[in-house]
Ligand binder design. Sequence first.
Ligand code: 2HA
Ligand code: ZN
Length: 269
Amino acid sequence: MKDILTAPWMIEMIHTATNMYDQGWDERNGGNISVLLPEEDVKDYISGEVIRTIPLKFDAKEIIGKYFLVTGTGKYFKNVQYDPARNLGLIRIAPNGTDAELMWGYSDGGRFTSELPAHLMSHIARLQIDPDNRVVMHCHPTNILAMTYVHTLDERKFTRTLWQMCTECIVVFPDGVNVLPWMLCGTNEIGEATAEKMKTARMVVWAQHGIYGAGRDLDETFGLIETAEKAAEIFMLTAHLPIINTISDAQMHKLEEHFGVKGREGYLD
Ligand code: 2HA
Ligand code: ZN
């Protein structure tokens, strides 16, 4: 058996959690990440023995047998690099669909993030759209959060404002961002609402809380959130000033043409 701490996906997870902490997106125990791992990528690193079974709070029958590397509940992104086995866990969805089998990690008796319903439901939703989707990421980026206090939560308007803040936004997230109003976190209800929103965009803002992103790998998903957060930062730096220039819809159409992307239907005039 190979040392799991040398697995490329483990190293990438540790680097990503550390980087997110360094961005200021994951204060204290804020944020959570889940990565879907193909069995062939994990089998050499685990004994196959189930350490313990942890109940899920919903029926995840669509993803029975699938492996996920998931951050732990109450754990700090800041600490992942120093003690991965305590702060992360590798779970497999049990044959009944309602339990998770712990294969590695959560070494202090811990368990997966309280936001696992939103993660797994989002994985299920994204896999139907993109079979190569592997990552769901949640965090609390400062400017995205700030923006939800001072900008309408209308999804078209919110997306258009972000697109207008940096030239490359429409290229990076042509699908835009969807937005949920404030809801109680850690529940199946917010999980279901997030997954529904994930059907039409890879980013879902949770007003007054943070953001969810989905993508094929950690880099792509991090990059999505990083780009939206940069745009929100420009918005927060300029929202109180007289705006005398912007990126017009005609210019957005030029970007679409040049980069071979298509902005969300009906979002550009
Ligand atoms: O506790 O970010 O949304 C981690 C969170 C909950
Ligand atoms: Zn959160």
